[in-house]
Design a protein around this ligand. Sequence first.
Ligand SMILES: Nc1nc2c(ncn2[C@@H]2O[C@H](COP(=O)(O)OP(=O)(O)OP(=O)(O)O)[C@@H](O)[C@H]2O)c(=O)[nH]1
Length: 677
Amino acid sequence: MGYLSRASKTLKSLKHFSVTHPFPSTFKANPLYTRLNNNNNNDHFGLSNGFCSHSRQNSKENCLDLSQYPTERIRNFSIIAHVDHGKSTLADRLLELTGTIKRGHGQPQYLDKLQVERERGITVKAQTATMFHKHNFHGTDISDVQDQPRFLLNLIDTPGHVDFSYEVSRSLAACQGALLVVDAAQGVQAQTVANFYLAFESNLTIIPVINKIDQPTADPDRVKAQLKSMFDLDPSDALLTSAKTGQGLEQVLPAVIERIPPPPGKSGSPLRMLLLDSYYDEYKGVICHVAVVDGVLRKGDKISSAATGQAYDVLDVGIMHPELTPTGVLHSGQVGYVVSGMRSTKEARVGDTLSHNRSTVEPLPGFKPAKHMVFSGVYPADGSDFEALNHAIERLTCNDASVSVTKESSTALGLGFRCGFLGLLHMDVFHQRLEQEYGAHVISTVPTVPYIFEYSDGSKVHVQNPAALPSNPKQRVTACWEPTVLATIIIPSEYVGPVITLCSERRGQQLEYSFIDSQRVFMRYRLPLREIVVDFYNELKSITSGYASFDYEDAEYQQSDLVKLDVLLNGQPVDAMATIVHNLKAQRVGRELVEKLKQFIDRQMFEITIQAAIGSKVIARETISAMRKNVLAKCYGGDVSRKRKLLEKQKEGKKRMKRVGSVDIPQEAFHELLKVS
Ligand SMILES: Nc1nc2c(ncn2[C@@H]2O[C@H](COP(=O)(O)OP(=O)(O)OP(=O)(O)O)[C@@H](O)[C@H]2O)c(=O)[nH]1
C-alpha cells in the first residue's frame, strides 16, 4: 500500500477512534501504537542494543515523550547520493536497527511509499522518519545500555535523480548533516558531485559512506581517493558499509551523533517553524511537514502563516515514526507534522514560516522558488473530465509543490493546463501519479523550455507555449534567447569520443575536461536546455553502455536562432503539436514529427495529409491514404459475438481519440511526439 494511502488509513483510524472514544491522552490507547506493538511482538524494539530498546509499552511511551530531547539530543540528517547508490536501502537498515520498523518488514525501500516510486525503483519524494537511539559518547563509562542517553534522530531520505534535486535542497534546510553515500564499485558520479555541493553550500557536516562493499567489483580505496581529490574529504572519515548484508552499519548512527552538530534552535524563543512539505488527506485536509526551528508547538495552539497572514488552530501534531504518530507537542530542533485545518493547496506554501498567531517573529529564509525547466500542456483525454482533472491537479500539486499550473485552452484539445516541471522525468512521474492516484487520463503536449522572444516594438515575452507565438515569428521577432544548463558528465575514459560527438551534435560547448582517476573522466559542458530535455540522457547512456552519469544545473540564457514549427493535418494547424526548434534542426525535427504521426494515426475514410511547416513554408509532408480500418479483417467467419466485441472495442478506442478538424488522433500520437528532439 502506498505511503499516502497508508498514512490516510492511519488518520482514518485515528479519526474513527476519536469518535467512539475520547482522543487518547496517552499513547497506550493509540490504535496506531497498538497495531505496531501487536505486529512486532518482542521484535519491534528489541533488535539491538543501544536503540529505543524493549518491546514494552512504557518504553515506547518514554521515547515519545519529546520533552526529554533538548536540542543537544537531536540530530537531523539527510541521506544523499547518486541514483541507485543505496540511499533508500541504507535508510531501511537504519530504521530496522533502531526498531522503528520491523526487520524484514516485507517491502524493501520502506520510505519509497508512492506507487510510482515502487514501480520505477526510484525515490521521488523526500521522506522523513524519526528514530530513537541510545548512544554512549567515546570515553564515557556507561556500560549498561539502559543508562545511556537516548537521542532523537530525524532521517530524511532524498531522491537521487537530477529532476528532483529541488526536493534534496529543501530537505537539507531541515538538517545539520548529510550521509553522502557512494557506491563502492561505481565511485563518484555526477549526482554525487551535485549533492555534495548542495550539502556543502548549506554548511552541513558531510559523512562519506562508501556503500555496497559486498560487491565483487567494490574498490573502496579508489573511492576514498576520489572523495579526497574531488571534495577534499578525509579518507579516514569514510564509513564502509553494505546496506545489503549489514556489514559496517553499526558505525553509522554513532558517527551521526558524534560528528553532526545538534540543531541550533532555542526552546525559549517564540515559535518559528519552516514548512518543508505538505500533502492532502481526504479527512484531515492538508498535512504539513515542519521543522521547528525555535520555540515549542502544542496541539491546540493557534498559529499563523508569514506568507498569507492566515491563522489556524493546531488540531494534531506529531512525528513520522515512520507513520504519522501523534505526540501532542514538537520542541525546537524537532521535525514532524502538523494538521491545522488547511483546506486548500494554496495555503500550504513550502518554505513558509509558521509562528504563534499574533507573535512578531522574523520569517525564516525559506527556499529559492523551484525553477521550471520544461513546460507542457496537460489536457483531459475526455474533454468532459476537465473539472475532475482540475481537482486532481490541485490535490497533487499540494504534494508536489514544484509543479506550476496555469489554465490554458487549445483549439485541438479544449480546456486544459500549462504545467511547468523540473525535467522530463518529473513530468512523466506527475502524469503517472495523476493516473494512479487520481484515475485521471491525460494528453500532454510536446514539452517546451521557456524561451524569450523580443518583438520589433522592443517588448520581450517569455514563451512557455509555442502556440502563443505567431506562426511566422520572423515577421515580428527581432531576437530570441533560449535557456542553457551547465552539465556535469562523468564517464569511463574509453567513451570520451562518442560523448564529445553527442555533445557537439546537441550544440554543446565544452568548459572543462579532467581525469578523476586513471579510468574516469569528468567533463563540464554548456548545453542548450532544449537539447537535453528530450532523450539526451538515454542516448548518453546507450553510447556509454550505461556507464555515463549526468547532472545539470541551470545557467543563463543565450541568444539563438529559433523558429516555430507548426504541424498541419489536412492543412489545418494543430496548436497542441506546435514546437519551437533551432533553425538548423527544423528540417530534421519536422521530418521526424510527420513520420511519427503517420505511424500513429490510423487510416480514416478520407486521405490525410500531415505537414510540418515554418510559417507558410512546408518543410516535410506525409500522406495517409483513405480506408476505414477494418477491425474484422482477420476474423474469417467466426462467432458474431466476437465480431461485436471487436467493434465495441473499436468504439471504446475512438473515445480515447482527439478529433482535430475531421481527423481522429489517438492519444499515443501525442505521447510519441514527446520523444522527438
Ligand atoms: N550489493 C548491494 N546492493 C545494494 C546495496 N545497497 C543497495 N543495493 C541495491 O541497489 C539498488 C538501489 O538501491 P536503492 O536503495 O533504491 O538506491 P537509491 O539510492 O535509494 O535510489 P534512488 O532513490 O533511485 O536514487 C537496489 O537494487 C538495492 O537492493 C548494498 O550494500 N550492496
